[in-house]
Design a binder for this molecule. Structure first.
Ligand code: GDD
Ligand code: MG
Length: 383
């Protein structure tokens, strides 16, 4: 069996699918597109782009969106503006960053078809869902090892509940040398097809374009219209990496994914000084527990606060005697003294007046919470 040789002279391209609406991360996605939501102190997509640049041998990354394209473009470009303006001064060369917008959502396969002229005669390209996190170094390395008799390599991961994902049915899941995908089943009703799932990270030969209908306006899904056919033709392999993996599209998964990513990138996060958690290590008056990430650019944190399974974004001002649990606090929020926040998501720039209790709430950006107690039944008033 021969495999694709990661020849440095032969560059790859990458498409990142940034077309989703991020409904499950509302109200954060009211103001920020899902791929750009803060994650370990940077816009989520930064880590993915960094992974592709360092390990994917790419000369162009195409961002395929169907809304908020301009915002995504501005955020992504600003992340790399120094290296783009001063390419000689930077250690790593930044690939071309291209932004393309679908007038109507074309689906995950339609989006790739829409990029075919940009792919041009490039032989191989990555396609990444923009809401999954993992150890990009080893996952990308394994993806590149595409067998020359196959058209696609899908990063596979073992999960407890496969019903939320696409499932990869392998002929012999225990045999690590034969990873051919026999069938692909999107969101099965139960786990009878196994629990190895599609991680939303792919490496394709350009021949895959022949398996996507040549119709510009057709909505087509890789998961329903393309992968099942490729599997039937024995053209799809799975690759496995010794890495955590998480789709961060839901608040609980976001918090866990962020924590796992932080653990596996601790040195880098320390070097870049992205987390404020560290300064609390020797601080008796603030306690952090569980999957907590506090952005280093939080403006101010008082004393006697408890943070458990939560994320507090940049620019926030946190008073004293506050307890935040199982919650995400968007950018530039002001939380006054003696507030309790549990199982909630606060959008950007919200002010919570002192001595409030906020339970099970999703609060839209720019609101002022003056009442004494708010719970899910009352959120209508705040949306
Ligand atoms: N450009 C574009 N156009 N992008 C799209 C479109 C579209 O019409 N529809 C979805 N996307 C992008 C989303 O932005 C996201 O990055 C990715 O495609 C997947 O969409 P999700 O809505 O997040 O799908 P999912 O999480 O339910 O399922 C997918 O991901 C799982 C892994 O997290 C599937 O690929 C599953 O098979 C997979 O297991
Ligand atoms: Mg998803």
């Amino acid at each position: 069996m021969s495999s694709y040789n990661n020849d440095n002279n032969k560059k790859n391209k990458a498409i990142i699918l940034v077309g989703g609406f991020g409904t499950r991360l509302r109200p954060l996605t009211f103001t920020t597109p899902k791929p750009c939501i803060e994650f370990c102190g940077k816009p989520f997509i930064y880590w993915m782009i960094r992974g592709l640049i360092l390990y994917g041998n790419v000369n162009e990354i195409i961002f395929a969106s169907c809304h908020q394209s301009e915002i995504i473009k501005n955020i992504v470009t600003s992340l790399f503006v120094d290296q783009i303006n001063n390419p000689k001064g930077s250690e790593t060369k930044i690939p071309k960053l291209t932004f393309i917008e679908e007038k109507v959502p074309l689906g995950t396969a339609g989006a790739i078809h829409n990029c075919r002229t940009l792919i041009g005669n490039c032989e191989h390209f990555f396609v990444f869902n923009s809401d999954v996190t993992c150890r990009y170094d080893i996952v990308i390395k394994n993806l590149l090892d595409l067998d020359s008799s196959k058209i696609g390599n899908i990063a596979g991961f073992k999960v407890e509940d496969p019903t939320k994902y696409g499932v990869l049915c392998l002929s012999n899941p225990k045999d690590k040398t034969n990873n051919e995908i026999k069938a692909f089943i999107e969101k099965p009703k139960d786990s009878s097809c196994g629990n190895i799932i599609n991680g939303g990270l792919y490496f394709f030969h350009s021949d895959i374009l022949n398996f996507i209908l040549d119709d510009n306006h057709k909505y087509q899904m890789l998961e329903k219209d393309v992968f099942p056919v490729l599997a039937k033709h024995h053209l799809l392999d799975a690759s496995f990496a010794d890495s955590f993996w998480m789709d961060i599209g839901q608040p609980k998964d976001y918090l866990l994914g962020q924590s796992l990513f932080m653990s596996s990138n601790q040195t880098l996060i320390d070097e870049l000084n992205l987390a404020r958690n560290l300064s609390f290590k020797n601080n008796q008056t603030n306690e952090t527990k569980g999957n907590t990430f506090l952005n280093s650019e939080i403006k101010q944190v008082g004393n006697y606060n408890k943070f458990e399974n939560c994320s507090v974004f940049k620019g926030c001002i946190i008073g004293n005697g506050i307890s935040i649990k199982n919650s995400i606090i968007g950018e530039n929020c002001i939380i006054q003294d003696n507030v309790i926040i549990e199982n909630s998501i606060l959008g950007n720039s919200i002010t919570v007046f002192s001595s409030n209790i906020i339970l099970n709430a999703k609060i839209a950006p720019f609101k002022e919470i003056k009442t004494h107690c708010i719970s899910i039944n009352e959120i209508k008033d705040y949306m």
